[in-house]
Design a protein around this ligand. Structure first.
Ligand code: GRF
Length: 206
C-alpha cells in the first residue's frame, strides 16, 4: 500500500509519520510528500528523509479544480492508494475527494465539530473551553466534517497559556496520528453512517 502526505507548514506531524514508517509502526510505503508551499519546512523534512516530493503552487493555476486535477493525475501515476493530510491548509475540491473516496484522512486540533477551521487551538482557548483535544477523521468535501476515526480530549488548566496548550495538543497529535494511520492500513476502520467502527480484525474487502 502506498500513501502520500500533504503538508503546508512546519510538518511536525509529517516528521512523526516519517519516523513511524521507518520503525515499521506504519506498514505502508510513504511514497510522496505533496506541498502547496515551496517554502514549507515539510518539504525540507521530506528531502532529508529521501522521500519523493511534489510542490504545486495555487498561484500558478486559474481554477482550484485544475490544480486538484493535476495533483490527482500525479497521485494516480504514482499508484497512491490513500492520502494523509498533516497541516494541509487548503480545502480539497469535491473532484479530489471523489477520486479518493474514504481514502483521505485529516487531523484537526480540536474536538470536532467544535472549533473547525484554521485556528482550532486558539479558538477553543479564547472561547474559554474547559476541555479540548484532537480529532482524526475521514475527509469529505465539507471543511473538518468527515466521519470521526479517533478523538482524544485534554483539560485546559486554569493557568494554561496558549503556548502550553499548543504544545500539549501537538504532543497528543503526534501520539495519535501514527496509530490511526496504521488502523487504516490494516483495513480495520469500517464506516457505518456517521460512525467509524474500529475492528479487531481487518474488514473484508468487497
Ligand atoms: C496541526 O495542529 C494539525 O492538527 C493542523 O495543522 C497543524 C499542523 O502542524 N491541521 P504541523 O505542520 O504538523 O507541525
Amino acid at each position: 500500500m502506498k500513501f502520500a502526505v500533504f503538508a503546508s507548514g512546519t510538518g511536525t506531524n509529517l516528521q512523526v509519520i516519517i519516523d513511524a514508517v521507518k520503525r515499521n509502526e506504519i506498514t505502508a510505503e510513504l511514497a510522496l510528500i505533496f506541498s502547496n508551499n515551496r517554502k514549507s519546512l515539510a518539504l525540507k523534512r521530506a528531502e532529508e528523509a529521501g522521500i519523493k516530493t511534489l510542490c504545486l503552487e495555487p498561484k500558478d493555476y486559474l481554477a482550484p479544480q485544475s490544480y486538484d486535477r493535476d495533483i490527482v493525475i500525479y497521485l494516480k501515476e504514482h499508484e497512491i492508494d490513500f492520502v494523509v493530510l498533516a497541516g494541509y491548509m487548503k480545502l480539497l475540491t469535491p473532484f479530489f475527494v471523489k477520486e479518493f473516496p474514504n481514502k483521505i484522512i485529516n487531523i484537526h486540533p480540536s474536538l470536532l465539530p467544535s472549533f473547525k477551521g484554521i485556528s482550532g487551538i486558539k479558538d477553543a482557548y479564547t472561547y474559554g473551553a474547559k476541555v479540548t483535544g484532537v480529532t482524526i477523521h475521514f475527509v469529505d468535501d465539507k471543511m473538518d466534517h468527515g466521519e470521526i476515526i479517533m478523538q482524544e480530549s485534554l483539560k485546559i488548566k486554569e493557568n494554561e497559556t496558549l503556548e502550553s496548550l499548543t504544545e500539549r495538543i501537538h504532543a497528543l497529535e503526534h501520539k495519535m496520528y501514527p496509530k490511526a494511520i496504521q488502523l487504516f492500513v490494516e483495513n480495520r476502520l469500517k464506516i457505518q453512517g456517521r460512525k467509524v467502527l474500529v475492528l479487531d480484525k481487518p474488514a473484508k474487502t468487497v
